[in-house]
Ligand binder design. Structure first.
Ligand SMILES: Cc1cc2nc3c(=O)[nH]c(=O)nc-3n(C[C@H](O)[C@H](O)[C@H](O)COP(=O)(O)OP(=O)(O)OC[C@H]3O[C@@H](n4cnc5c(N)ncnc54)[C@H](O)[C@@H]3O)c2cc1C
Length: 417
């Protein structure tokens, strides 16, 4: 269908947790929003992630440690970090920028910019959850980062002290205290950092579906199965979109297409963002609803187990293989082998469900949250899109209304590229 483009006030493109949070907030603020989603709301990374509101993760993915692991990444298809060598040439420009961002001064800057977002993220989620009646799906009960290799313990304790010094509260639990906290963990877990001010979502699908319903109840228009194919700025003031459901005009668009945001951003701003994807996997164990009480991540095994109301979600791994290659679901099933030795009793893997999704990762580990005339941008939240969604929605709302965000926005600007 080709529609005569009468101009909508705002079109939000992409109904992941970022786009949906922005759409409900703007609609509530009195701005009529059209939300366009190529698939269904929450069908991307936002529905399959580990559900961890991880405000303690304030260091960039561009960590010098990654260089030492590169050779192994190329040869071990089941390692926690995997690079598909067929994708290496395409990834190279991104990798080069990632390496440049490991310089100590730049690393420290990125860390401060992540900290600035995460410092607001928990309170933003609490406000958002109250506003949208999401509390039944959100638990603010803390999380654990456990160690089982004796060599990891001093480093983890040091890490905890460093985080405490910057205001990210945590406490060291020795093996006994850890077992009292989470009796299902086996004796091989030597200790853990407990982060009290973190949370988790116990049912991402239900929470996303609730937001979707509330958006439409307020008069927001959701177009699922509507892919934006081409975007063009017409005069300084409007944007024309060619979509799989015809042509649309908007006075403002918000690009929230996660790992798929590169092309639309280039079409609308001329800027080529070094955005790639860190593919991640989960394995959902539907019969394991009562094993753990809070999320448990392992520093040695590099994955997370999150208790959800529809099962235990084992999630993690990073795979560089781009947006087109089919998933390797063996990586998902491998998560079971990682989890089992950490637990006292055998996991019930009957009816386990495998999933793969695309983390939207920019080479400097920071999102783009910005405005260029009629174009607003909110993508690239890498491992922290759920964590930072509610605060990103607040920032975009302030940018839309030309209000003060209360935050130094320079680190998240598009023009850093
Ligand atoms: C295994 C795994 C575990 C994770 N765990 C956590 C965690 O515990 N905590 C955390 O904070 N983060 C976590 N993340 C990261 C988090 O999931 C992402 O950062 C976040 O979901 C990004 O949200 P988004 O809305 O930007 O992207 P998405 O959820 O991917 O949404 C983008 C949407 O845009 C749509 N779209 C794309 N192109 C178009 C187009 N042209 N037209 C219309 N629509 C389009 C897509 O269909 C999609 O629905 C994890 C990620 C993975 C993969």
């Amino acid at each position: 269908m080709t529609r005569e483009p009468s101009c909508c006030p705002v079109i939000v493109i992409g109904a992941g947790i970022i786009g949906l949070s922005i759409a409900v907030n703007l609609q509530r603020a009195g701005v009529p929003v059209v939300l366009m989603e190529a698939d269904t709301a929450g069908s991307g990374a936002s529905g399959g992630n580990a559900g961890h509101i991880a405000i303690e993760q304030v260091f960039p993915i561009a960590d010098p440690g990654i260089i030492r692991q590169l050779p192994r990444m190329l040869v071990d298809p089941m390692g926690p970090l995997r690079l598909d060598w067929r994708y290496l040439a395409r990834l190279m420009p991104w990798l080069v920028r990632l390496l440049a961002n490991m310089r100590p001064a730049r690393y420290a800057q990125i860390h401060r910019a992540l900290l600035a977002l995460n410092q607001h993220s928990l309170s933003a989620w609490q406000t958002f959850a109250n506003q949208w009646e999401l509390s039944r799906w959100i638990r603010i009960q803390g999380s654990l980062l456990v160690a089982e290799n004796p060599a990891s313990v001093p480093g983890l304790q040091q890490h905890g002290k460093r985080l405490n010094a910057m205001g990210i509260s945590n406490a060291w639990l020795d093996a006994r205290a850890l077992r009292e906290r989470e009796p299902a963990l086996a004796d091989n877990q030597l200790g853990a950092l407990f982060y009290p001010d973190t949370g988790h979502v116990i049912n991402l699908d239900a929470m996303i579906n609730h937001l979707r319903t509330r958006f439409m109840q307020m008069g927001g228009q959701l177009h699922e199965g509507c892919r934006v194919l081409q975007a063009e700025r017409r005069d300084g003031h409007t944007v024309l979109l060619q979509t799989s459901s015809g042509q649309w005009c908007a006075r403002h668009v918000v690009v929230c297409t996660g790992a798929f945001s590169r092309t639309l951003t280039r079409q609308l701003t001329g800027i080529n963002v070094p955005l790639d994807t860190e593919r991640g996997y989960h394995l959902m164990l539907p019969n394991e609803t009562a094993r753990l009480s809070i999320p448990v991540s392992s520093i040695d095994r590099r994955f997370i187990m999150t208790p959800m109301e529809n099962g235990l979600r084992l999630a993690g791994t990073v795979e560089f293989a781009g947006l087109q290659a089919p998933p390797n679901m063996q990586r998902s099933r491998q998560l079971l082998q990682l989890a089992q030795p950490m637990l006292t009793a055998r996991l019930d893997a009957a009816n386990a469900v495998s999933w793969m999704g695309f983390r939207p990762s920019i080479a400097d580990s920071l999102p783009v949250i910005d405005r260029h005339g009629p174009v607003l941008l909110a993508f690239g939240h890498q491992h922290l899109g759920l964590t930072q969604a509610a605060f990103t929605a607040e920032l975009i709302q302030a940018l839309y209304f030309n209000a003060d965000t209360g935050v130094d926005m320079r680190p998240y600007r598009l023009h850093r590229f």
